[in-house]
Design a binder for this molecule. Structure first.
Ligand SMILES: NC(=O)c1ccc[n+]([C@@H]2O[C@H](COP(=O)([O-])OP(=O)(O)OC[C@H]3O[C@@H](n4cnc5c(N)ncnc54)[C@H](OP(=O)(O)O)[C@@H]3O)[C@@H](O)[C@H]2O)c1
Length: 272
């Protein structure tokens, strides 16, 4: 199987890393970046061939030749330009998989040859450490077997969830952008620990260990976030005092997820 990564930055790099860890038999990876510097860095990191499209204008066309799957990992505004560049040379069997936020199936299919199979996905960066979540939906020319083959491939790198395209922006607001909410929470917990009297290194150790431990508990079978919260909260104790202060967080998180969802829809409209 040949898998071509067009764009090998943060997101496609995380997926490639996950697939490399899976040691898939008979699988070849090739990739492109735009600049020579990024291509050299990525080739060194992943130990695969990475060509720079900014230096070699045929780099993307060479990468897609005979590919079974082409993973598009450029910025949303660059996706349709890149697809137009490769459209004529894509083989009918090649499945085009995009990781770009907000770029719709219709926008991709509009620049590809009729019938080209497309899968739209929304991964997240924990894929880098084998703990990612990837949402995916099929294009209009993609049959169940093709979707399944992409899902089975991505299952090697992350946990996958198939959704209708109509849910993709909501999924982006929860899991695509979600790691940033948790990292932001970690930043604020460390800052608050320092404010409360800890030195920064100790505050960082405690905050990160706590978030990692809580995440592990959440992943246990039959874990229920509400039960886990209640088990920490002694009546009239310290946690209750803290959670009283965090009461506005529910509304803020909801606003954040809706803002991300709505921004995705706005970006889609801007790309039309
Ligand atoms: N980061 C996330 O958390 C995340 C999560 C989910 C989805 N996504 C989606 O992933 C996509 C990529 O985001 P990212 O954060 O990975 O960006 P990034 O780190 O900037 O990576 C973009 C990559 O595309 C390359 N590139 C640009 N133009 C190219 C061209 N014409 N041909 C070949 N390669 C080209 C860049 O090369 P140079 O470095 O040489 O410019 C770079 O390797 C976006 O559409 C984003 O919506 C990101």
């Amino acid at each position: 199987m040949k898998i071509a990564f067009l764009g090998l930055g943060s997101m496609n790099g995380s997926i490639l890393h996950g697939l490399q860890q899976a040691n898939l038999p008979n699988t070849t990876f090739v990739a492109t970046c735009h600049s020579e510097a990024s291509a050299a860095r990525a080739a060194e990191t992943y130990q695969i061939t990475v060509e720079a499209s900014g230096v070699n204008p045929d780099a993307n066309l060479a990468a897609i030749e005979s590919a079974d799957v082409v993973l598009i990992g450029v910025k949303p505004a660059q996706v349709t330009g890149l697809l137009s560049e490769i459209a004529e040379d894509l083989e009918p069997k090649t499945i085009v998989v995009s990781v770009a936020a907000a770029v719709t199936v219709a926008q991709m299919e509009a620049v590809l040859k009729p019938g080209q199979p497309v899968v739209r996905t929304m991964p997240n960066t924990p894929t880098q450490v084998g703990a990612g979540v990837i949402g995916l939906c099929a294009g209009t020319n993609t049959n169940a077997e093709q979707l399944k083959s992409v899902q089975e491939l991505l299952d090697q790198a992350a946990q996958t969830v198939v959704v209708d395209e109509a849910q993709m922006d909501a999924l982006t607001g929860v899991s695509g952008s979600g790691p940033a909410y948790v990292f932001h929470f970690a930043e604020t917990l460390i800052k608050a620990g320092v404010e409360a009297g800890l030195d920064e290194q100790t505050a960082q150790e405690l905050a990160i260990g706590t978030i990692a431990g809580a995440a592990k508990m959440l992943q246990q079978d039959n874990a229920d976030p509400e039960n886990l919260r209640v088990a920490v909260t002694s009546p009239n104790g310290t946690t209750e005092a803290a959670l009283r202060q965090l009461a506005p967080m529910g509304e803020l998180v909801e606003k954040a997820v809706l803002a991300a969802r709505d921004r995705a829809a706005e970006i889609s409209a801007e790309l039309d």
